[in-house]
Design a protein around this ligand. Structure first.
Ligand code: COA
Length: 362
């Protein structure tokens, strides 16, 4: 029997605290107009909980949509670069919180490309016969790695989680083609120099704990890599561009998304964009967007969906997925995060205090 891996469940978790562009105007020298026109972002979420907590809520929604229990899962792959801790993995915490006692669990860090990497790994594990039901999660708390007084990075990122369930099937659905790639020789153009064992644990410079990025260089490389990889996976899947139903790209900058869509010659209605609401949630953008696309009726049975991403590493990834017959969830869950009594700006008070009065006064 030829085995395929079908996406049978999907879900997301969005932390309640909203940080608008106007809120950012208070923290750093920026404007709603600049952020909107240069990135497409209007607001993002700031999480009061850890990555594993968001991952659990997204997973419970995905499990309900697939009508499965946590104990049905035999592998948990968590794509993240903002795990709760270095040890243990955030996936282990998710396994315990879900009660997924039959699942092995591991984190996978390919930054913003991580969820497509994990979808590929999970699919191969199912196809090889080693696993039958896999949770593939993307969850991030980028707010932990930002200096909210640094306008070159603070405006771009946000927190959130998305998850899918992969199940073995004999139907020829799921991943049709995929490309994952890395160029570590230019890793320093997007990095956090001081978090991890290479950091100076005893005398670190505070700025080393935050994202450092050459934005324009990352932009150029993202446009090239996402456009070219997307074209290649469409060709490898044996499809013409006309047969692509929906592009669900990584949501980093609406101008990068538009360039990727132009490369594939797709009309705006063939591209799913939700960056205005959440900013760049790294490995979580695509599973969150996929969940919303399904909820909005944008995915038809049998649809050919292209995913494309780019991120720190530098990494890139693109894939074509053939959707199965079912586009409705089998069940729903009322899982949600614990309530928060602080605004997003209040959650960031310690961050702003740590980084000083901010660059407004420089
Ligand atoms: N608010 C106001 N002005 C800002 C600003 C902000 N948040 N950030 C930068 N600027 C200013 C710059 O200082 C510069 O001013 P100057 O012309 O007086 O020197 C001007 O805006 C243009 O800056 P530049 O960096 O060239 O803008 P850009 O059009 O390249 O946009 C990014 C910057 C970061 C939005 C864009 O490069 C980008 O999206 N890069 C990719 C980042 C990314 O996606 N990273 C994650 C990858 S997964």
């Amino acid at each position: 029997m030829v085995r395929y891996a079908e996406i049978t469940g999907w879900g997301k978790c969005v932390p309640p605290s909203v940080l608008s562009n106007s809120d950012l105007e208070v923290l750093t020298d920026t404007s709603d107009d600049w952020i909107t026109t240069r990135t497409g972002i209007k607001e993002r979420r700031i999480s009061h909980v850890n990555v594993s907590d968001m991952a659990v809520v997204a997973s419970l929604h995905a499990l309900a949509a697939a009508n499965l229990e946590p104990t049905d899962i035999d592998l948990i792959l968590l794509a993240t670069c903002t795990a709760d801790l270095v040890i243990p993995s955030a996936a282990s915490l998710v396994q315990a919180k879900l009660g997924a006692t039959n699942a092995a669990a591991l984190d996978l860090n390919a930054a913003c490309s991580g969820w497509i990497y994990a979808l590929n790994v999970g699919t191969q594990m199912v196809r090889s016969g080693g696993h039958n039901r896999v949770l593939v999660i993307g969850a991030e708390k980028l707010s932990f790695l930002l200096d909210f007084t640094d306008r070159s990075t603070a405006v771009l990122f946000g927190d959130g989680a998305g998850a899918v369930v992969l199940e073995a099937t004999e139907e020829p659905v799921g991943l049709r083609s995929v490309e994952i790639g890395t160029d570590g020789s230019v890793a320093d153009i997007l990095c956090v120099p001081g978090v991890g064992t290479a950091g100076n644990r005893y005398q670190g410079d505070p700025s080393d704990y935050a994202v450092h990025m050459d934005g324009p260089e990352v932009f150029r490389r993202a446009v090239t890599a996402m456009g070219e990889a997307s074209s290649r996976v469409v060709e490898q899947a044996g499809l013409s561009v006309d047969e692509v139903d929906l592009l669900i790209p990584h949501q980093a900058n609406v101008r990068i998304i538009d360039a990727t869509a132009r490369k594939l010659k797709l009309a705006p209605e063939q591209v799913f964009v939700n960056i205005a609401s959440y900013g760049n949630t790294s490995a979580a953008t695509i599973p969150m967007a996929l969940t919303e696309a399904l909820q909005e009726g944008r995915v038809e049975p049998g649809a050919n969906i292209v995913f494309a991403a780019f991120g720190a590493g530098l990494t890139w990834a693109a894939a074509v997925v053939r959707w199965g017959r079912r586009v409705e969830p089998l069940g729903t869950s009322d899982a949600h995060l614990p309530p928060v009594d602080k605004t997003a700006a209040e959650l960031l008070e310690a961050n702003v205090a740590f980084y000083g009065e901010g660059r407004r006064s420089e």
